[in-house]
Design a protein around this ligand. Structure first.
Ligand code: HDE
Length: 689
């Protein structure tokens, strides 16, 4: 991971932004620039009399406050963004003339917004949900928005069904809950009636939907797009973002607890990593293929419920994304950023994927509602960094002083130099393509196989991952009040794999129903695809992860120092948890200010823990439920748990019998512990639920 030398806040805004950081001694003004004489009291008649309408300062302040909120996104409302850049590693000019890939080392400014889908703006980060992975690239030839997710397939095949899907997953309209959950009747009612969504639900019930951090998840463009080179030749392309930090997820019982302990877990993580100079990076990879491959591939490349396995078309890395600056104002940037799938640049073109075609209408339309007018492209976070010249004029909140007499084309008033003209040779041209057929509302028969790739996903998971998928389906369906919905869903799962269906039925305590009729016979011959597993694509390092060290007054200072040095050196974060928030003294004399009191820092907030209290401290912590839970949860969540001999009383009180994942720590053994932690979890430990 790249490290930085300045703090991300050292740099200011961009693109003509009105930068309003307060300066020392600055006089407060109204929005009109009038110096304020008093910002504490409204203008009144006498000391206890009525407030006057004349009070322009108060009216302006409250008027502006009343209008602070804008409509939240209808989906993906809760998100978090950061700035960065894309660096070209492999110029693919033979494939595309897109500006970011013009030469090795070329940098293109980027803004990325990660999000959950179903929850409202104020919901919690660790909902079981798909994560948005939206990237805006400010290229030399305009903005290119790659508006993707952390899952490479989608629930539906045709945009016509999107409002139904979203209605089904959001709070139920007659009761207003549940918030940020798919675990309810209307969602599974819809899903069980839409077999095309089965593949996506396998991903959604996998640990992909409860990522440890935005930093540890993949991103996908989902649809098939086109690359177009300077000669106008085009190929098909699918986009992948691969985290250089490796993949990692939490376990469900942790997710539930993290949402209470730190609802901002993901946004805090991204902010903290960037502010610490631990810049997250993703490789941008492409799967490139031609019409001939599309013809012979088992599924339709225009069907967004299907992947192209990486083993079949390898992912070629062409660029690297680095996030190195947090937003300076979350509303101005993260909230007002407007991603639009139709924002593409020369070198990129669409395919006929009916989901993508529908999205190309929806995003522009929704920005108009959300941001209030057609000039949202002038908001600094949305403004292109290259010159913009057109005759689009006026409208709400026009920010640019559009000069000159001529506001139409063609005109003879601007002269050859001033009037913008379309560039027939180099401007954007769509790939000429033959289209034909009857105008009909129809679903292609090539989209009809709903189960084969779901099965392929299932067989590509490790045993642990399969258990998690079974548990997730059972949890979600168990929350459905209507038994017919569970039964119908089990009927769909039988078409995926008998083990999956049987496992879920057992957990639900229900008999297996007949398999539901399938539009086409599910295939059983697709091979395993190791790229689909999280656990097979982990990091092999504890870098970027967090160790929680439980200390008390009198903890062994030498051991604490050894842990801190080894883990920090390896690029990990070390945070101290203590009985109380105030400073304490370790054996050896070091004064330590803990990061958390144990009551506010359950072990779910850490990737591994070291329990190193003094012997007295261990006795006292043994009396406290929060401290016993700290140890017990870390153990139950299959974390590595290092402990000092003095911690014995606390371990006993928590009912933890150390196994191979719980080494006793000495100053000499901390590096062994660090190496062990690279596996992230001790999966061999039996699951407790
Ligand atoms: Fe979206 N989606 N979507 N979506 N989507 C929106 O646009 C829509 C789909 C995705 O951080 C909305 O600005 C339709 C697939 C992300 O600001 C809206 C369809 C994928 C974000 C919209 C889809 C996505 C959105 C709501 C089916 C993965 C958040 C607010 C045809 C490839 C972007 C907004 C951000 C946001 C419509 C399906 C990803 C309403 C109609 C498939 C990451 O325009």
């Amino acid at each position: 991971m790249a490290r930085r030398t300045t703090t991300s806040k050292d740099r200011t805004g961009e693109g003509g932004e009105l930068h309003q950081a307060p300066t020392k001694g600055q006089v407060m003004t109204t929005a009109q620039g009038v110096p304020m004489g008093d910002d504490q009291n409204s203008l009144k008649v006498g000391e206890r009399g009525p407030t006057l309408l004349e009070d322009f300062a108060m009216r302006e302040k409250i008027f502006h406050f009343d209008h602070e909120r804008i409509p939240e996104r209808v989906v993906h409302a809760r998100g978090y963004g950061a700035h960065g850049y894309l660096e070209c590693l492999d110029p693919v000019t033979d494939l595309t003339r897109a500006a970011p890939f013009a030469r090795k080392g070329k940098r293109t400014e980027a803004f990325v917004r990660f999000s959950t889908v179903a929850g409202n703006l104020g919901s919690f980060d660790l909902a079981r949900d798909v994560r948005g992975f939206a990237v805006k690239l400010y290229t030399d030839e305009g903005n290119w928005d790659l508006v993707g997710n952390n899952i490479p397939v989608f629930f539906i095949q045709d945009a016509m069904k999107f409002p139904d899907l979203v209605h089904a997953v959001k709070e139920e309209q007659d009761r207003g809950w549940p918030q940020a959950q798919s675990a309810h009747d209307t969602f599974w009612d819809f899903i069980s009636l839409m077999p095309e969504s089965t593949h996506m639900t396998l991903w959604q019930m996998s640990d992909r939907a409860i990522p440890r951090s935005f930093r540890f998840m993949e991103g996908f463009g989902v649809h098939t797009f086109r690359f177009v080179n300077a000669d106008g030749e085009s190929t098909f392309v699918k986009f992948h973002w691969k985290p250089r930090q490796g993949l990692q997820s939490v376990v469900w019982n942790e997710a539930v607890k993290i949402n209470g302990a730190d609802p901002d877990f993901h946004r805090r993580d991204l902010y903290a990593a960037i502010e610490a100079g631990d810049f997250p990076q993703w490789d941008l990879g492409v799967q490139v293929f031609d019409e001939a491959f599309a013809e012979e591939f088992e599924f339709d490349v225009l069907d967004a419920t299907k992947i192209i396995p990486e083993e079949q078309v390898p992912v070629r890395t062409i660029a690297r994304l680095t996030l190195d600056r947090v937003a300076s104002n979350v509303f101005a940037e993260t909230e007002q950023v407007a991603f639009c799938t139709q924002n593409i640049v020369p070198g990129i073109d669409f395919s006929d994927d009916p989901l993508l075609q529908g999205r190309n209408f929806s995003y522009l339309d929704t920005q108009l509602k959300r941001l209030g007018g057609p000039n949202f492209t002038q908001i600094p976070i949305n403004a292109p960094r290259c010159p913009v010249a057109h005759f689009q004029r006026d409208g709400h909140m026009q920010m640019s002083r559009q000069e000159g007499r001529a506001n139409y084309e063609p005109n003879s008033l601007s002269g050859d130099e001033r009037g913008p003209r379309a560039d027939v040779d180099n401007g954007y041209t769509s790939v000429p393509r033959e289209e034909g057929g009857q105008v009909r509302r129809v679903r292609s028969e090539t989209f009809a196989d709903h189960y084969s790739q779901a099965r392929q996903f299932w067989i590509s998971q490790t045993d642990v991952e399969q258990q998690h998928i079974v548990a997730a389906y059972a949890f979600e369906l168990g929350k459905c009040e209507l038994p017919a919905i569970r039964t119908r869903m089990l009927g769909n799962l039988r078409n995926v794999h008998e083990d999956l269906a049987q496992g879920v039925a057992d957990e639900l305590g229900m008999p297996l129903p007949e398999a539901n009729p399938a539009a086409v016979e599910p295939r059983t011959d697709l091979p395993e695809s190791p790229a689909l597993s999280i656990l097979l694509n982990g990091p092999d390092s504890f870098a970027g992860r967090k160790l929680g060290v439980l200390v008390t007054a009198g903890s062994d200072g030498a051991l604490v120092k050894a842990l801190e040095e080894a883990f920090t050196e390896a690029g990990a974060l070390v945070e101290y948890v203590a009985p109380a928030a105030g400073p304490l003294k370790l054996k050896g004399g070091r004064k330590l200010v803990p990061d958390h009191a144990v009551v506010g820092a359950p072990s779910v907030l850490f990737d591994a823990v070291a329990v190193v209290p003094s012997a007295d401290g261990a006795q006292q912590l043994a009396e406290r439920k929060t401290a016993r839970d700290f140890v017990d949860d870390a153990f139950a969540h299959q974390k590595f748990l290092g402990w000092s001999a003095d911690a014995q009383a606390l371990l006993d009180a928590a009912g933890v019998t150390p196994d191979d994942g719980c080494p006793e720590l000495t100053t000499g053994s901390v590096t062994d512990f660090l190496e062990q932690c690279a596996a992230l979890r001790h999966w061999e430990r039996p699951v407790q639920d």
